[in-house]
Design a protein around this ligand. Structure first.
Ligand SMILES: N[C@@H](CCC(=O)N[C@@H](CS)C(=O)NCC(=O)O)C(=O)O
Length: 216
């Protein structure tokens, strides 16, 4: 009998950061308990959640007595503790490329278009400025990513297999297409790999619409 406690993921259906972790858990075949933190209702500010992550952001993974927040940290933790279905290649060059893509998405793109920031810009600078700021930040990042992966991308961002770069890119592209009306024709490589992601069952199963809190 497996005595390990079940993993618990505190997350929100429509959060792209949460989507990365759901996608990785699915790829690794890890069962987890879904705990919804409804960001639209401000549930990240509840005391119980703040005790798990004082930054009050989702996702947070709980694995027994280990609590990890921040999607990149969670992915690296999962990779070490649950090495099945590796999300980082052995080759140091491709491994670095995967880490670079993941880091760019989570530190140089997503934080620049998070809803709290966009709302603040709309309030302080002007109603149209939030969307324009988000779009220019996303496009700058996507142009850089296109350059970065151009010699490696085939079916997926860094080759024929799905790796960590894809785990970060797939929800990122899906989210900005839906939310920020990004014209993906400017990004032919990202568009091509995005078409591949849409056929991956583990990605589809991790999408916002497939989650128990999708309608909330
Ligand atoms: N670097 C963090 C960022 C986490 C983050 O920005 N989470 C957003 C949702 S994608 C959030 O919880 N926002 C709540 C808020 O802004 O109050 C990660 O990758 O997990």
């Amino acid at each position: 009998m497996n005595s390990s406690p079940k993993l618990v993921l505190y997350n929100f259906s429509h959060s792209s950061c949460s989507w990365r972790v759901r996608f990785a858990l699915n790829l690794k075949g890890l069962d987890y308990e879904y705990k919804a933190v409804n960001l639209a209702k401000g549930e990240q500010f509840r005391t119980e959640f703040e005790q798990l992550n004082p930054l009050r952001y989702v996702p947070v993974l709980v694995d027994g007595d280990v609590v990890v927040s921040d999607s990149l940290a969670i992915l690296l933790y999962l990779e070490e503790k649950y090495p099945q279905r590796a999300l980082l290649p052995d080759d140091p060059r491709r491994k670095a490329l995967n880490l670079q893509v993941a880091s760019i998405v989570c530190s140089s793109i997503q934080p620049l278009h998070m809803l709290a920031l966009v709302k603040r810009i709309e309030e302080k600078v002007g109603p149209e400025e939030g969307l324009l700021w988000a779009q220019s930040s996303i496009e700058k990042g996507f142009f850089a990513l296109e350059q970065l992966v151009k010699d490696f991308a085939t079916r997926f961002a860094t080759g024929e297999a799905l790796y960590m770069a894809d785990v970060f890119l797939a929800p990122q592209i899906a989210t900005v297409v839906m939310r920020f009306n990004i014209d993906m024709s400017n990004f032919p490589i990202l568009s091509r790999v995005y078409e591949s992601y849409k056929t991956v069952p583990e990605f589809r199963a991790s999408s916002p619409e497939a989650q128990p809190d999708a309608g909330s």
